[in-house]
Design a protein around this ligand. Structure first.
Ligand SMILES: [Zn+2]
Length: 388
């Protein structure tokens, strides 16, 4: 595989992006955050003549927002991709793009710098020919998708009118319109402490939690079998941490678990949590327990007839790509756009989630080129209100 010189411009951008460390600051002391990659993107987009805003989100962590206005604000199309990556971990030469068998290896190559590079290239091309656009374009390179998505939250607080969105994540060039979300919560059982020489004077919170865990395994989990989403499969529930008691000679007063419940399109994160709490209280009335939310992340459930979906399908057919609509199990910023603001969103990008976050992260170079072309064709052909 020929490296830089002969490569497609989107691949050269990706090569640059991989060399710039942008590990999310929540993932280790060596993490540099998005600062340097934001500088790079800002400089490029300014050079292209775009209107660029640097939106401060947290200390040294700014979203880069570029706008290309052609007088159609009511039909603005948003392209969004995150700048942060997970930690380098055990990946070798993670910041030196390596080309092997048509693939580019490097941290973030697939999650999600391949998509980011394609979108940057698309914005640069559109800036040269704004007369080809039928909708205003907004591009947001966001911070912190890999942790608590504060970048996307800050972007949405701007309340820009957006009629459709494309979120860049690895989908192997499939058009993703549905994905799972999750409800994470903590459960605490409350007992009564006593000296362990007289346990009958206490009430053991760990034993109470055993009832809760058994109920989750024997009743709640099998009950999920009845729910099936055509594109995303079944919901799941996992009790993933447990801890209780304070000292070996004291009957434990409290015991805590944390639970990860993956929701499918059609389920609401809030309703699932409320339902869990209600069921525990009705099914296990002898227990004193509290349930507290940790993270509520909506599922993506974009209407298949949304304009951005239809436009994406016709571009895919024209480019000889698969135009069938897909669902995935991982989450993305797309569901927040749809759930919080009612913006129809698709997820589309090069590479596979199988390689994201791994020690062997790579993206097929040809998919980066195809994704860049797909974004460009979609930007040119998108017109909200095109169908009645
Ligand atoms: Zn990602």
């Amino acid at each position: 595989m020929e490296a830089r010189g002969a490569a497609h411009p989107a691949v050269r951008i990706l090569d640059d992006l991989v060399r710039i460390q942008s590990v999310n600051p929540h993932y280790g002391a060596d993490a540099r955050g998005e600062r340097d990659v934001a500088d790079y993107i800002e400089a490029r987009l300014l050079r292209a003549g775009l209107q660029v805003t640097r939106q401060p989100v947290a200390d040294g962590r700014d979203n880069i927002i570029a706008e290309l206005r052609v007088g159609k604000p009511e039909s603005a199309l948003l392209f969004e991709a995150h700048m942060d990556t997970v930690s380098i971990g055990s990946m070798r030469d993670a910041l030196v793009p390596t080309y092997r068998e048509g693939r580019l290896y490097g941290r973030g190559a697939c999650d999600t710098k391949g998509a980011l590079a394609g979108m940057i290239h698309m914005m640069e091309r559109c800036a040269q020919h704004p007369e080809r656009l039928n909708a205003d374009l907004v591009f947001c390179a966001s911070v912190d998708e890999e942790h608590a998505f504060i970048g996307l939250t800050a972007f949405m607080s701007l309340n820009m009118p957006i009629s459709g969105a494309v979120v860049g994540e690895p989908t192997e060039l499939g058009i993703v319109v549905e994905h799972k979300g999750c409800t994470r919560f903590a459960v605490r059982t409350h007992g009564k402490s006593a000296h362990s020489s007289v346990p009958h004077k206490g009430d053991n919170a760990i034993y109470a939690m055993m009832d809760v865990v058994r109920h989750v395994r024997e009743t709640v989990e099998p009950g999920l079998d009845g729910i099936d989403s055509p594109l995303c499969g079944k919901p799941t529930i996992v009790v993933s941490t447990i801890g209780g008691g304070s000292q070996i000679n004291i009957v434990p007063e409290t015991c805590d678990i944390r639970v990860d419940r993956r929701i499918v399109p059609g389920e609401s994160a809030e309703a699932v949590l409320a339902d869990f709490e209600r069921r525990m209280k009705t099914d296990l009335p002898h227990l004193e327990l509290t349930v507290n939310p940790l993270l509520l992340d909506p599922a993506l459930n974009t209407p298949h007839d949304a304009e951005v979906v239809q436009a994406a399908q016709s571009v895919a057919s024209r480019l000889g790509m698969n135009k069938s609509l897909r669902g995935v199990t991982y989450g993305s910023n797309a569901s927040k756009l749809q759930d919080w603001k009612g913006i129809p969103a698709i997820v589309f990008g090069p590479g596979s989630i199988e390689q994201a976050h791994s020690a062997e992260e790579y993206v097929p170079v040809s998919e980066v080129v195809q994704a860049a072309e797909f974004y460009y064709q979609l930007a040119c052909s998108y017109t909200a209100g095109q169908k009645e």
